[in-house]
Design a protein around this ligand. Structure first.
Ligand code: NOJ
Length: 524
């Protein structure tokens, strides 16, 4: 059983560097987030995922942790984050942190000790080969940097040595089995980190590269699943209201591993990109994204994949759809605000726990920028939040050249929270209506009630709610004969309901509540 608060959770992802700078040093901080909680809640987002906030040399934006139990001074103090937790809870909201269990920074004390020539408690906390010229047995490795004879295996960047949770089937003397005391010690250390933060008052974690713990794992990830079942089994017992979402992308595996939710990310040519970022798939730049008004895209690729995962996951866990995140190009790159409204309507009426990336509520765009802190092409998605048309878009009082990343100078005067709040029809206000629709209709909060009634137009039913989506092409109609007391609760793009027939101009969405349904609804 997952935490009860997940039932109606709508998450807001915060990249802390860029959200709100409360002390004028040019970078966002914990107190800045605390000051904006009422705004986040006003969006209908009652939960927060905050990207890594721990002590770090920031060679990968904090995903290179130097000390799991210390906060990065750029964001404030331990007292400040505890204050943030209290302020979140005061408002009935929840906050999850980002756990990075697969690797640390090469500056972590464990790694420094592990690199020493003489054997010590941390010698096998990371994966080291037997000698310096051995190679990595197919895994990425770094040789020639340590006093110790041997190369270390990497998890992601060069600055991120992999923690040792063992190999499913060790084949070389340096490859340890998962139940080796050193691998069990790594597992305990991570359990300890989780408990440390849950005791401080956070409500759970988004888990980075959660599928990557065991090396040479099989296709089913049976080794990694076993480790999480152990860790999360204990955590959930001790903290029944804690929640965990995995960066895994295979809910049938991650939910079995004990996660409450799993992200459906834009990985491996899956259907997500076909909805909103189809141009990522083609080399010639064509964009046939389903939610693009002028495209001929269909939801088929997405639905085929999603429905299979949804069926396997069933009532056990949630699939999390996202507007974007700190690793993906902002959707504004391909879609207009009007198109985004229809996509957000879809996202917020589907099962699972949805995630909104900061700035996506006002349609912030992707900027081409030089890399910052290991961001590379991701940097353009991490620019400061645009609050107002004033200095630095209201993000910070620091001189512009001292900002963590530049403000979007060409757009912030028009595209900011202040301007969106004034316009009743803005993307931000539409998002508010959509989250309100979700929170006030219990059928939209249930997880296992999705039925697809039609793919063109896309019509889906959840209990007594029927949603109709027609992002591209021409006008469509759909009959909901057999239902009583049908009521149009929300319409975008002039969708209408008359005599149990939904009419959908291109670029429209309707949410209809029905009293009861007799027989099946069918398309004209
Ligand atoms: C996934 C995170 O989302 C990304 O930002 C990071 O660079 C890698 N994992 C490595 O931790």
């Amino acid at each position: 059983m997952s935490a009860k608060w997940l039932n109606d959770a709508v998450f807001y992802e915060i990249y802390p560097q860029s959200f709100y700078d409360s002390d004028g040093d040019g970078i966002g901080d914990f107190n800045g987030i605390a000051q904006k909680l009422d705004y986040i809640l006003s969006l209908g987002c009652n939960a927060i995922w905050m990207n890594p906030c721990y002590d770090s040399p920031f060679h990968d934006a904090g995903y290179d942790v130097r000390d799991y139990k210390k906060v990065a001074s750029r964001y404030g103090t331990m007292k400040d984050i505890e204050h943030l937790f209290r302020e979140v809870h005061k408002r009935g909201m929840h906050i999850i942190l980002d756990l990075v269990p697969g690797h640390t920074s090469e500056e972590h004390e464990w790694f420094k000790k592990s690199s020493k020539a003489e054997k010590n408690e941390y010698s096998d906390r990371y994966i080291w080969t037997s000698w310096w010229l051995e190679g990595g047995d197919g895994l990425n490795f770094v040789a020639g940097e340590a006093e110790r004879d041997g190369a270390y295996i990497l998890s992601f960047f060069k600055c991120q040595p992999a923690l040792n949770y063992g190999f499913l089937k060790p084949e070389k003397p340096w490859q340890k089995p998962m139940d080796d005391p050193a691998c069990l010690a790594t597992r305990e250390a991570m359990y300890d980190v989780i408990c440390f933060w849950l005791d401080k008052g956070c409500d759970g974690f988004r888990v980075d590269m959660a599928d990557s713990l065991v090396k040479r794992d099989d296709d089913k990830k049976s080794g990694t699943i076993k480790i999480w079942q152990d860790i999360l089994g204990r955590v959930h017992k001790k903290y029944p209201e804690s929640a965990f979402v995995s960066e895994w992308g295979r809910p049938s595996q991650s939910i079995k591993a004990g996660f409450d939710m799993d992200f459906l990310l834009d990985w491996g040519g899956n259907g997500y990109n076909s909805l909103v970022r189809d141009y990522e798939i083609h080399d010639d730049g064509t964009d046939n994204s389903y939610f693009k008004r002028t495209s001929k895209g269909t939801p088929d690729k997405f639905l085929d994949e999603y429905l299979a995962l949804y069926k396997e996951t069933g009532t056990k866990g949630r699939i999390s759809l996202i507007t974007g995140n700190h690793d993906t190009r902002r959707l504004k790159k391909g879609l207009t605000d009007e198109e985004l409204k229809i996509f957000y309507a879809f996202l917020l009426t589907m099962p699972g726990a949805p995630f909104i990336y900061y700035g996506d509520e006002i349609g912030m765009r992707y900027l081409d920028l030089p890399t910052k802190e290991g961001g590379y092409t991701r940097t353009g998605t991490r620019t400061p939040m645009q609050w107002t048309s004033g200095k630095n878009a209201g993000f910070s009082t620091a001189p512009a050249k001292e900002l963590y990343l530049p403000i979007d100078k060409e757009q912030y005067k028009k595209i900011n929270v202040e301007a969106h709040e004034k316009d009743g029809d803005s993307l931000l206000n539409t998002l508010r209506s959509l989250t309100k629709l979700r929170h006030s209709n219990p059928d939209l909060l249930k997880n296992a009630n999705l039925e697809i009634l039609s793919r063109k137009p896309l019509i889906y039913k959840r209990g007594n709610m029927i949603m109709a989506v027609n992002p591209n092409g021409g006008k469509e109609t759909f009959s909901i004969e057999g239902t009583e007391n049908a009521e149009l609760l929300l319409s975008l793009g002039n969708a209408t309901l008359s005599k149990n027939r939904i009419t959908l101009p291109a670029g429209s969405f309707a949410a209809v509540k029905t009293g009861s349904s007799k027989g099946s609804s069918k398309q004209k």
